[in-house]
Structure formats: C-alpha cells, structure tokens
Design a protein around this ligand. Sequence first.
Ligand SMILES: NC(=O)c1ccc[n+]([C@@H]2O[C@H](COP(=O)([O-])OP(=O)(O)OC[C@H]3O[C@@H](n4cnc5c(N)ncnc54)[C@H](OP(=O)(O)O)[C@@H]3O)[C@@H](O)[C@H]2O)c1
Length: 233
Amino acid sequence: MSSDASPQPGNPVPPIGIIGGTGRQGRGLAYRLALAGRTVLLGSRREERAREWAARLMAMPRVTGTVRGARNAQAASAALVIATLPYPAHADTLGTLRGELAGATLIDCTNPIRRTAAGIDLISVPAGSAAEEAAAVLPDTLVAAALHHVSSASLINPANATLTGAVPVYSDHPYALEAACALIRHLGALQPYQAGRLRGARDAESRAPALITASLPHADRVRTDHPPTDQAR
Ligand SMILES: NC(=O)c1ccc[n+]([C@@H]2O[C@H](COP(=O)([O-])OP(=O)(O)OC[C@H]3O[C@@H](n4cnc5c(N)ncnc54)[C@H](OP(=O)(O)O)[C@@H]3O)[C@@H](O)[C@H]2O)c1
C-alpha cells in the first residue's frame, strides 16, 4: 500500500475526508488541498452547512481540485481523514464514527484548549493527549497527530502563496507517519517530519496556548475587561 498522497498517473485520486471540516481549520486545510488539485469531502453534522462552505471554497482563487459538502460519516469513509474538531466534541464525535474510520488513517489536529476571560488554557486530558484519546476510541484506525500549530488564517489566505515551516508528525504506525507527511507536503512549502510516537503529541498540544496567544493581535492577547489584580494596580 502506497502512503504517497500524490495523484498517480492512471489511478483515480482518492478523496480526503475532513471531520468537522466547516470550522476555521477544516476550511483552511480544504482550501490548500483544493489548491493542490485534491478532492476533499468537507464533513459536518449538517450536510447543508457543509455544501454551503464547499461552494464558497470552490469560488476561491486558483482552486483546481474539488471540495464537496458531506456528512461527517461520509467524510470519515475516506482512506485518509483529517479531524478538525473542538476538543469538547472530539472523543464523542470520533467514537460515533468508529465503524466508518476502521482501516483509515486519521490525522488529528485537535488541541485540548479552552478560551477563558484571562486567555487560552490547556485542558488536562487523562489519556495524555487528545491524539492518544483518539487512538483509544479508534482501535481499528491508524491515528497520527499533526498540524497543531499551522494557523487557519494562513491556510485560508489566498495571498499567502507558500506556507512554510516545519511540521512535526506523531504516530505509532509507520504507514500513518508517511501518509500524513505526504499529505502535508500538499499544503504549500511546509516541511513535515516524523517526530516519533503518538505520545509526542502531548508536547505539541501543550504548546498550543502559548503559540496561539502569541499570534493574536496585542489587544486580544492582553485582556483588560476583567478586574485588575492588586499587583496590576
Ligand atoms: N483554528 C486554527 O487556526 C487551528 C490551528 C491548529 C489546530 N486547530 C485545532 O483544530 C480544531 C478545530 O479548530 P477550529 O478553529 O476549526 O474549530 P471550530 O471552527 O470551532 O469548529 C470546527 C467544527 O467542529 C464542528 N463542531 C463544533 N461543535 C461540535 C460538537 N459539539 N459536536 C460535533 N461537531 C462540532 C463544527 O462543524 P458543524 O457544525 O458543521 O458540524 C465546526 O465547524 C481544534 O481542536 C483546534 O485546536 C485549530
């Protein structure tokens, strides 16, 4: 079985499913894959919503591939699937798709974070990381974790012609490591690398609050709408 996500001459190009694809990260990844000529099944709980977003993505500049709206279950039936779900919905949603995801490779982008008045907090995950939690609820799926720090704003920006940067990929399965790296090479000039076992996602996920905070405009980073502490006064 080839892990290369590139189109092969004479072979039909398999679609890539995105669970929770109508959100910011899913739309950004779908756009980049469509720029690279790939077919994307943009998944949602509501097919109509997915179709609306798919049509908007298809109208964006330089799209050569196809984005089709789908239910999450249809998206999860692809051989290569990306999960872009908010952490609170992550394990339950993946658990309900266990049958569809059996035998697939899943690339999980989930950061277990919550936004509070004070900023962005990491949620403690009993399994160690959201990715390990996914692997626990999906025993028949090859789970990889990647793209935790590639921002949706960069992905969706047509003026940002080449995305650059190193992208660590974690998995306990060599095939999934290769498949995820091959897919990420389609997203611009990103440089994926095999960073080790799935438990390494703990490190990537734990760095998300600081990295997201640093990328926010200053006014959003330093909130002043909560009571000042004694120290701040
Ligand atoms: N945004 C970024 O720049 C970025 C970068 C790296 C990683 N990530 C990670 O990627 C994940 C998605 O981020 P996002 O910003 O795209 O999130 P989002 O826009 O808030 O949500 C993504 C999608 O998840 C679905 N969803 C929401 N609540 C749900 C629920 N209770 N049950 C099932 N599905 C639900 C929704 O799709 P439907 O309503 O259509 O079903 C929604 O469009 C997060 O874990 C985030 O940490 C995000």
